[in-house]
Design a protein around this ligand. Structure first.
Ligand code: NAD
Ligand code: IPM
Ligand code: MN
Length: 385
């Protein structure tokens, strides 16, 4: 038996409801695969901030730096400004643990209807590779003259050659060897790179398995950072002649994500662009409650953090109706990262099986199931296909 030590941060709102769902699945699949989980739970949250004046203790990061992984629900609560909850917990973990890749896979499941006409199960299957420690999310900036006529706010974006290069390289390597989380082995390319036939948009669904990268940019305007991003993307993609790649302006890319989601394979994006694209992509796949995320430290010198894409959803918190798919799928990503790809595949297949049966689903997906009954259905399906 392998024991994995997990730092658990349920956080706020529905974070506290979906984390137990993910743990139940982890424990069940762990038993089947000889993996034991040891959880250290931390109450770091807005509730802690209101009681003790800080989201986490001063030595918080030291307390979790030796864990095998961090599993987080969500943070954010009414009454605590988001800049407090985020800069006090989430962002420091991502940055100081050098989790510079935020990996956000998207797929349309059989049985879960996409609001997008033509978004078909099995065809829409891509991943957003979001830069996670720099870019538009910087501390540099400020507000002045609050309440006066000359009031202003300034925000600096920070793009470094090293930071963009490592992110883009991760995306390119992923596109070369991409397998789906539902598969235990890397999938071989269904077509040689040369066999690609461009559609009118410059892409087709077949490119998805052919090694295809899309860079999200905005270099047609007066933004200084994005031409720099584009130069690095061009340099790095030149080192991968077998890959096809495009760059798309973020505005047009957003439209194409809705109009033709099947054409995408790996999308590399800056921090803010990747944030927006990942909620949009989640909606294309059926809803933001289903999307998973891995904040990866590829060098593995600090733990990676696993958290669903969605937030604490104060509007539905406490009612037991949060969709646990995002958190459960996130747990599968953690299993994969920890070296248990078969267990990871079993979890993702269990989610797929429950959805394909078209019976149990939470209210955000048009059903009446609670978080617990949905989770039970996933537990029942683990190992059945
Ligand atoms: P949100 O993701 O919390 O909610 C957006 C909408 O989606 C809401 O209507 C919500 O009910 C719904 N939703 C989200 N997840 C769902 C699920 N699992 N099941 C069913 N419905 C779901 O985003 P928001 O409203 O922008 O932010 C709310 C708070 O969460 C803010 O404080 C924000 O800063 C924080 N937040 C935290 C994280 C994080 O910790 N990683 C991520 C995003 C937002
Ligand atoms: C996410 C969230 C965070 C982000 C917020 C809460 C800071 O939206 O994880 O996608 O923008 O990174
Ligand atoms: Mn987001």
């Amino acid at each position: 038996t392998t024991t994995q030590r997990i730092a658990l941060i349920p956080g706020d709102g529905i974070g506290r409801e979906v984390v137990p769902a993910a743990l139940a699945v982890l424990d069940t699949v762990g038993r089947r695969h000889g993996i034991a989980f040891g959880y250290d739970e931390f109450d770091w949250s807005c509730a802690r901030y209101l009681a003790e004046g800080a989201m986490m203790p001063a030595d918080g990061l030291d307390r979790i730096r030796d864990h095998d992984a961090i599993f987080l629900g969500a943070v954010g609560a009414p009454g605590v400004p988001d800049h407090v909850s985020l800069w006090g917990l989430l962002i420091p973990i991502r940055r100081q643990f050098q989790q510079y890749v935020n990996l956000r896979p998207i797929r349309v499941f059989d049985g879960l209807d996409s609001p997008v006409r033509g978004a078909v199960a099995g065809e829409v299957d891509f991943v957003v590779v979001r830069e996670n420690v720099e870019g538009e999310y910087s501390e540099i900036g400020g507000r002045m003259s609050r309440g006066f006529p000359d009031e202003l706010a300034v925000q600096q974006a920070v793009f470094t050659r090293a930071g963009v290069t490592r992110l883009v390289d991760f995306g390119l390597d992923l596109a070369e060897g991409r397998r789906r989380y539902g598969e235990a082995e890397p999938s071989t390319r269904s077509e040689p790179a040369g066999a690609f036939t461009p559609s009118e948009h410059g892409g087709t669904a077949t490119t998805r398995r052919g090694g295809y990268v899309t860079s999200a940019t905005k270099s047609n305007g007066i933004v200084h950072t994005m031409p720099f991003w584009d130069e690095i993307v061009a340099e790095r993609t030149a080192l991968h002649p077998a890959l096809r790649w495009d760059q798309e302006h973020i505005d047009a890319l957003s439209a194409k994500l809705v109009l033709d989601p099947a054409r995408f394979d790996v999308i590399v994006a800056s921090n803010l662009f990747g944030d927006i694209l990942s909620d949009l992509a989640a909606a294309v796949a059926g809803g933001i409650g289903i999307a998973p995320a891995a904040n990866l430290n590829p060098a593995r010198d600090f733990p990676s953090m696993f958290e669903p894409v969605h937030g604490s959803a104060p509007d539905i918190a406490g009612r037991g109706i949060a969709n646990p798919i995002g958190a459960i799928w996130t747990a599968a990503m953690m299993l994969d990262h920890l070296g248990h790809p078969e267990a990871a595949a079993e979890v993702e297949n269990a989610i797929a099986a429950v959805l394909a049966a078209r019976e149990v689903r939470t209210p955000d997906l048009g059903g009446t199931a609670t978080t617990t009954t949905f989770t039970q259905a996933v537990l029942d399906a683990v190992g059945t296909r």
